[in-house]
Write a protein that binds this ligand. Structure first.
Ligand code: ATP
Length: 316
């Protein structure tokens, strides 16, 4: 095989007492990829990332990071990896700059300080401020700069955009894409489907310690669910909306219909919005609010549904 792998795991298994955090995780991350590791809270993302750096030991499974076994050679692995932990603890009287210089010392003073200044500027991070005075989002930026500043071959980022406002999230995406252009591999975890879709070349979805789906982002478009709340200018019958393929009528205020006529409806749309939008042209619409359901809700809609169908088939 000509493709070099930046990360492989096979059969990665980790339990904390009774809690099975990883139940045989197989991952294959190609060099030069942005790999999105997607999963709801508690799925096992942090546990898997920590195993890659030998910060915790799995009970079973094989791991290779940049061709090395992190359990045999953790120092060599960590020297080549930029790591952003999920829970960054930087509570100190040091300024952001002093903190970054400290990390740079640990890494053998290899960092180009102009690059650090540019990263800080782009993230609107004032390096002169003591860490203890920084907001949560600004502390996160210190962690991001710390991970990127040595231009490592591999970035392992545990929820890199957590706590950042949307503009800063976009800037982080740009930085990750630039790191890829410079030849780095990026492995990042998230629980937000849209974020992973936006920048990842490849996605693995973990749930309850197992990889349940692996795909290129465009293959996940069929998993796009939206919830849309429609407010009408006057009483209408929204029932025909449920006849549009992919549209489900979740709620309408039809209770006491004679007193409070139907003036709003909530629908769930799977895939493209075109059918719904065209149908709504016939209605007196005063407002539309759309929201993406959480990953867990998407799992419920897809996987629980599939499981239920399989169970019915098994019984039948
Ligand atoms: P989140 O998105 O919420 O950060 P995650 O996908 O990173 O979640 P993990 O933090 O890896 O998930 O947790 C996986 C499971 O292992 C969860 O059930 C969690 O409660 C459990 N767990 C994690 N760390 C420990 C620990 N030190 N002791 C006991 N259980 C733990």
């Amino acid at each position: 095989m000509s493709t070099t792998m930046a990360i492989t795991t096979s059969g990665l298994t980790k339990a904390y007492g009774q809690v099975q955090a990883l139940r045989g995780v197989d991952l294959a991350v190609e060099q030069g990829q942005i790999f999105g590791f997607l999963g709801p809270n508690g799925a096992g993302k942090t546990t898997a990332i920590r195993c890659l750096l030998d910060l915790i030991r799995p009970q079973a499974g094989a791991i290779r990071v940049l061709g090395l076994d992190p359990q045999a050679d953790p120092v060599a692995v960590r020297a080549r990896v930029g790591y952003l932990p999920g829970e960054l603890s930087l509570d100190t009287n040091y300024t952001a700059e002093q903190t970054l210089r400290y990390f740079n010392n640990l890494r053998g003073n290899q960092t180009d300080w102009n690059f650090v200044s540019r990263l800080a500027e782009r993230l609107h991070l004032n390096l002169a401020v003591p860490i203890k005075n920084l907001s949560k989002g600004n502390k996160q930026k210190v962690g991001i700069v710390q991970a990127l500043m040595s231009r490592p071959e591999l970035l392992l980022l545990d929820e890199p955009t957590a706590g950042l406002d949307p503009l800063m999230q976009q800037e982080v995406y740009r930085l990750l894409k630039e790191a890829r252009t410079d030849g780095a591999t990026v492995f990042f975890s998230s629980h937000i489907l849209s974020e992973v879709e936006a920048i990842a070349d490849h996605i693995a979805i973990i749930r309850d310690g197992l990889i349940v789906e692996e795909a290129e982002p465009h293959q996940l478009v069929s998993m796009t669910l939206r919830r849309i709340r429609i407010r009408f200018q006057e009483a209408v019958n929204p029932a025909p909306l449920a006849d549009i393929p992919g549209v489900l009528l979740l709620a309408q205020n039809e209770l006491h219909a004679t007193v409070h006529p139907t003036v709003h409806a909530t629908v769930q749309v799977e895939g493209e919005l075109d059918g719904l939008i065209k149908a709504l042209a016939a209605y007196p619409v005063s407002d539309l609010e759309t929201e993406r359901p959480s990953l867990e809700e998407i799992f419920l809609a897809y996987y629980e549904g599939e499981k239920a169908i399989e169970e019915v088939q098994d019984v039948g």
